[in-house]
Design a protein around this ligand. Structure first.
Ligand code: G16
Length: 545
């Protein structure tokens, strides 16, 4: 093999992938051999890549370009036949999934820390996707992790950096590298799913205004091409559309706190009719109407209830899946449609088997993730186009569509309270305390609420029977309300405690209450049960969504 070099190395602690790949500070990744070890562990454990095709791309954050050059050299040294790389190193997470599937690649490497900030002192991440286009299942990430603990060498080749800004074909050692258009394959897939003519007419009507906030992250080029160039939305519809290595100093997390610029644009009588945002790597979405926030849980339920209006789904859906902390709004739609609804642990990887087996068509998570069987990742722009398709057909406002949905199915009031960057020992102590309470909780009465069950969520995959334990503490009440506690698997500083609170309200005359008011009794119960103040020294959550 051309110029292959074997470099001696020693293992690093803590290369265990979390909810979505390995995420650490850039400085951690920049240590000599750190990235190399992890990448070599992928090749040492995933023999299908040998002589195969690998897709490589990232969200454009700081260190993206350097990391891609390192990965390509290691891939060439490990016998990969072809690497497909997005121009400029740019590929959104759903676009990686789309490209893997379209070109029957054996896997892909996605460089992103998703919604976490970027820059020299901020976060970086790497994730391996398998041939289905989805995030590697736990059995694969466990193998990779085990390998990182004993790794003593990696392979690379001596070669100058490739020019990733020029489309075309290059040779790197014995490996062929194709620099591909980052957007084209993805845009073609979207056109095959949605009624682009109807959406074009909606924009042409002049009676509809939209803003899409790309948050200076990866979706900028995708949104400009699809919304403005292909669908004819007015120039300027996409804001913050140029990907920047530090996301313009912002936090590319599409929620009410971090996308406040967009929230303001959808406010009041001058506000736009529809606003949406995506995150660092383009897999999350936030949907807003004029003065109206659609919770991700409601969004999944509304999309499922209206899927027959969208060409790609007009034949109906096979089933729905939601992550455990996501509200049960989708369950009601599944029941009405007569299809199954699956409850999986947090993490998109858990939807993969259900999608591959054809058990589900749509899936979603409270963490601003929605998707379908078209790829194996959640897909931010896809969700936005789905909503646009519904708006174009129904010609109603976002708020009217959601209110009608609540009238038909009832409303699942829902909120998530995050306590970010708390002390890890305190967080572990808090979860341990809740564990010890579990057996004492059933039948206990808290105000108007009686505990029906209390457990630590355990999931047995219905397809391969793999078991995932310790996936979050659930306290369910007899009226269907729930409180869920779990520690985030994506943070890079200390621990992040997430508390998810939900209450079902069938009475349409009680659907217009402010969410935090409606849920206040349950919020208080959650805070007291978990002894939040005493254990975290925090009097309020960092982020409420
Ligand atoms: C990732 C995962 C999602 C998960 C989210 C939050 O999203 O892909 O499945 O819901 O993290 O996870 P946690 O609550 O453990 O922080 P992303 O957009 O960061 O890749």
């Amino acid at each position: 093999m051309t110029d292959r070099k074997e470099i001696a190395t020693t293992p690093f602690d803590g290369q265990k992938p979390g909810t979505s790949g390995l995420r650490k500070k850039v400085k951690v990744f920049q240590q000599p051999h750190y990235l190399e070890n992890f990448v070599q562990a992928i090749f040492d454990t995933q023999s299908v890549l040998n002589n195969g095709c690998l897709v490589v791309g990232g969200d454009g954050r700081f260190y993206n370009r350097e990391a891609i050059q390192i990965i390509l050299r290691i891939a060439a040294a490990n016998g990969v036949a072809t690497a497909l790389v997005g121009r400029g190193g740019i590929l959104s997470t759903p676009a990686v999934s789309c490209v893997i599937r379209k070109y029957h690649a054996q896997g892909g490497i996605v460089l992103s820390a998703s919604h976490n900030p970027g820059g020299a002192d901020e976060d970086f991440g790497i994730k391996f996707n398998v041939a289905s286009g989805g995030p590697a299942p736990e059995i694969v990430t466990d193998d990779i992790f085990v390998r990182t603990r004993s790794i003593d060498r990696y392979f690379t080749i001596a070669a100058a950096p490739l020019d990733l800004d020029l489309l075309g074909e290059y040779q790197l050692g014995d490996m062929k590298v194709q620099v591909i258009d980052s957007v084209a394959d993805y845009a073609e897939l979207m056109a095959s799913l949605f009624n682009f003519d109807a959406i074009r007419q909606l924009f042409e009507s002049g009676a509809f205004r939209m803003r899409f906030d790309a948050m200076h992250a990866v979706t900028g080029p995708y949104a400009v091409e699809i919304l403005e160039n292909i669908l004819g939305a007015e120039p300027g519809t996409v804001i913050n559309g140029i990907p920047l290595e530090d996301f313009g100093g912002g936090h590319p997390d599409p929620n009410l706190v971090h996308a406040h610029e967009l929230v303001a644009l959808a406010h009041g009588s001058d506000g736009v009719d529809f606003a949406a945002a995506s995150d660092g790597d383009g897999d999350r979405n936030m949907i807003l109407g004029n003065d109206f926030f659609v919770t991700p849980s409601d969004s999944l339920a509304v999309l499922a209830a209206n899927a027959h209006l969208v060409p790609g789904y007009h034949q109906g859906i096979a089933g729905i899946a939601r992550s455990m902390p996501t509200s049960q709004a989708a369950d009601r739609v599944a029941a009405a449609l007569g299809v199954d609804c699956y409850e999986t642990p947090t993490g998109w990887k858990f939807f993969g088997n259900l999608l591959d087996a054809g058990r589900i068509t749509l899936c979603g998570e409270e963490s601003f993730g929605t998707g379908s069987h078209h790829v194996r990742e959640k897909d931010g722009l896809w969700a936005v186009l789905f909503w646009l398709n519904l708006l174009a057909i129904k010609r109603q406002s976002v708020g009217a569509i959601v209110r009608e949905h609540w009238q038909r199915f009832g409303r699942n009031y829902y909120t998530r309270h995050d306590y970010e960057a708390i002390n890890s020992t305190a967080a572990d102590g808090l979860m341990h305390h809740l564990h010890t309470l579990l057996p004492t909780l059933p039948q206990r009465v808290f105000g108007n609420y009686t505990v029906a069950y209390a457990d630590d969520f355990c999931y047995v995959d219905p397809i391969d029977a793999s078991m995932s334990t310790g996936q979050g503490i659930r306290i369910g009440f007899t009226d269907g309300s729930r409180i869920v506690f779990r520690l985030s698997g994506t943070g890079t500083e200390g621990a992040t405690l997430r508390i998810y609170i939900e209450q079902y309200e069938p009475d349409a005359t009680r659907h217009e209450r402010p969410v935090q008011d409606a849920l206040q009794p349950l919020i208080t119960i959650a805070r007291e049960l978990a002894q939040i103040e005493a254990r975290t020294e925090r009097t309020a959550p960092t982020v409420i969504t």
